[in-house]
Design a binder for this molecule. Structure first.
Ligand SMILES: [Zn+2]
Length: 420
């Protein structure tokens, strides 16, 4: 299915090293402390250390952390910067630390799996979700779910859909009624529909109702949407409601992360330039709005992992703020990027039909379409990245294989969630 196989972009640290027999003392990690930090020996080879101030700040007892709102109650800045524990002890429930306090000692318990997950003394990177990079061969077996399962009440089908969007950057939904109402309902399963200058839920034809080439019948090269926003929409959903009296209008999808990985391997200088030089973009086709943003084509997280792709050559503004010597290099880098996203190896072409919607991670997958004739009616919506990630995180608490976030056993979110 995938040109590059199931590439893990990031190494996954061991998920949970909670002792298998929590009641057997011999299985517990050992703990000790000096005047600055607490040491935890997980096994023969792995250990972590935590500063006293960090541990005290992260106490989640009812006095230090609100069990309902999941907000910090302790005043961090009342903790003396040189505080030391009275004692530390390994217990079945976790690391017990007793702090001296003005009246009675304050006892903190930190679950082992939570400490392991939040260990910051080793060079382990945080654990991002697994991504599958793909090229044109994805056409053989593209990710897809059925409308019935996505709309079912238990949420499992929705979890499968959102997980696939997260993993592949897109996912089809088949068996959907070919109506705007059903499509809007489907969009709202992900989160609030994001209203923009194009409206809220769109239902459009090639009538140039809005000042954008999306509202014409010309071909659109692969691009991401909203490059002119500081926060481009996270997910967009398209549904072709009808196409009559004409041909063309095939949908194009390109995995921006896959192309970026090739660029990084083969053209490191271009990759570096496109990761650092900001490119201005604008939306100025509507009299009442003038959106502008400036960002590099490739964005990374604090660990150097790719986080987002922004590319719409049509919406690119005057190239300014780039040094004189960088201008020719930048044009060469953009030319190389363009060659890679338009290569046969990258392009996945698919003819959408009424009844099948597609949801696309707009921070990763580029989309486009071929020119068409006839009447083509499309509907769809934008959903914010935060809403998408929030919904997926909530469903993960319930359905993920290693749902370590459920700590109360009652289905309620515990205070020791690994998510915050
Ligand atoms: Zn406390």
């Amino acid at each position: 299915m995938c040109t590059m196989g199931a590439a893990r972009l990031f190494p996954k640290p061991p998920s949970s090293d909670q002792p298998r027999h929590p009641n057997g003392a011999r299985d517990l990690p050992t703990s000790s402390a000096n005047e600055r930090e607490v040491f935890i020996q997980w096994d023969g080879t792995t250990r972590s250390k935590f500063h006293h101030i960090w541990l005290r700040d992260h106490c989640r007892c009812p006095r230090c952390f609100h069990s309902i709102t999941k907000q910090r109650l302790i005043n961090t800045f009342e903790i003396p910067s040189d505080l030391e524990p009275v004692s530390t002890r390994s217990t079945a429930d976790g690391l017990q630390v007793v702090w001296s306090a003005p009246t009675e000692p304050h006892v903190s318990i930190y679950p082992w799996s939570w400490l392991r997950q939040n260990s910051y003394s080793t060079s382990e990177k945080p654990q991002p979700a697994e991504k599958v990079l793909w090229g044109s061969k994805i056409a053989k077996d593209p990710p897809s779910v059925s409308y019935g399962e996505v709309m079912s009440h238990d949420g499992l089908g929705l979890y499968r859909w959102l997980s696939k969007i997260d993993k592949f950057g897109f996912c089809f939904v088949s068996g959907l009624p070919a109506t705007p109402e059903a499509t809007e309902e489907l969009s709202k399963r992900i989160g609030f529909i994001r209203e923009t200058h194009y409206g809220k839920f769109w239902d459009f034809t090639a009538d140039l109702a809005r000042g954008d080439t999306a509202y014409t019948n010309i071909a659109l090269p692969a691009h991401t949407d909203n490059t002119y926003f500081t926060d481009p929409c996270g997910v967009q959903l398209f549904h072709l409601l009808e196409h009559t009296d004409g041909t063309g209008g095939a949908t194009l999808l390109v995995d921006g992360f896959y192309v970026a990985s090739i660029l990084r391997d083969l053209y490191p200088e271009a990759y570096s330039l496109l990761s650092t030089v900001s490119i201005d973009a604008h939306a100025a086709g509507e009299a009442g709005t003038l959106y502008r943003a400036t960002h590099p084509l490739l964005e990374h997280d604090g660990f150097g992992n790719i986080k987002a792709v922004r590319w719409n050559n049509d919406d690119r503004s005057a190239l300014r703020g780039v040094s004189y010597s960088d201008v020719p290099r930048l044009y060469e880098a953009m030319r190389t990027w363009n060659e890679l996203i338009t290569s046969q190896d990258s392009e996945y072409w698919v003819q959408l039909s009424p009844g099948t919607a597609v949801a696309i991670d707009n921070h990763r997958v580029l989309h486009g379409r071929s020119a068409f004739t006839g009447i083509r009616r499309m509907c769809g919506a934008y959903i914010g990245a935060d809403e998408f990630h929030s919904r997926l995180a909530v469903l993960s608490e319930q359905f993920a294989e290693q749902a370590e976030t459920k700590t109360t056993g009652t289905g309620e979110r515990g205070v020791w969630s690994h998510e915050f």
